[in-house]
Design a protein. Structure first.
Length: 258
């Protein structure tokens, strides 16, 4: 039975695990390696690990950290953070990651995606695209931790990344990040109708039922979130969690999906 991947996203800042709201208001959560161990025990589909300051600080995510995750994780994991060369990708894959995620370099040098996909294969290369409304209320691409606006049109850029060989897109709504007020449904519906590669949604998930609705109503195949897998209750107490009944929840959806 096919069902979508349900993916916790871990945000690194220094050596700690943090959670953000609209890419700001960094809240310390705890030790990321302990969190990976808990997700192991919960039989998580896969995890995404993003070093949120790496590109702005012009450095690569810690390879020692990636290697430690590779030694601990039973599930596949993808890594983002300051990756900009073929050598960087080799080092991260050799440290144990299954896939790498490119963001800033994709905006600055879209042809690098073709180079990386030709070298490692499309299944290894994911492009993350951060989207938020500009001052005119239009959805635009931002990068460098949403500090810099891209000149690229959203749909055109998604199609370019597919043409250049990206195996997957992660589309993250900056405006919805950490709010737990719902996914930005419109952009996922629009983008999934324009490209043929897998799309993972990220930003704003309020609960697993909403993930279920998003999967049924759009073309996304990956459902990613951070807050709902880290916080519990209205007071947002830290409690690492992951749903147990995913197979039952998505059992018939592949037949009914539009």
């Amino acid at each position: 039975m096919f069902r979508p991947r349900v993916i916790p996203v871990l945000l690194l800042k220094g050596e700690g695990l943090y959670k953000t709201i609209k890419f700001k208001n960094h809240n310390y959560i705890g030790d990321p390696i302990n969190t990976v161990k808990i997700f192991n025990e919960l039989n998580t589909d896969e995890i995404v690990i993003m070093d949120i300051n790496a590109s702005k600080e012009n450095r690569l995510i810690s390879l020692d950290f990636v290697k430690t995750v590779g030694e601990e994780a039973n599930m596949p994991f993808s890594v983002a953070g300051g990756i900009k060369t073929i050598g960087d990708i080799k080092s991260i894959l050799n440290a144990g990651a299954e896939k790498i995620i490119l963001n800033t370099v994709a905006q600055e040098n879209p042809n690098f995606i073709r180079e990386a996909a030709n070298y490692f294969g499309s299944s290894t290369i994911t492009v993350a695209i951060d989207v938020k409304k500009n001052i005119f209320g239009r959805e635009s691409i931002y990068f460098l931790n949403a500090s810099k606006k891209s000149k690229n049109n959203l749909i055109d850029f998604c199609q370019l990344m597919e043409k250049n060989g990206a195996g997957e897109l992660i589309i993250q709504s900056v405006d919805h990040d950490g709010t737990m007020q719902g996914y930005h449904l419109k952009i996922y519906d629009e983008i999934s109708s324009k490209v043929n590669i897998p799309i993972t949604a990220l930003g704003g998930a309020s609960n697993i039922e909403e993930m279920h609705r998003l999967y049924k109503s759009t073309g996304v195949t990956g459902l990613a979130a951070s807050s709902i897998f880290i916080y519990q209750g209205v007071e947002k107490g830290v409690l690492i969690n992951y749903p147990e009944n995913l197979n039952a929840m998505f059992r018939n959806d592949s037949l009914n999906k539009k």
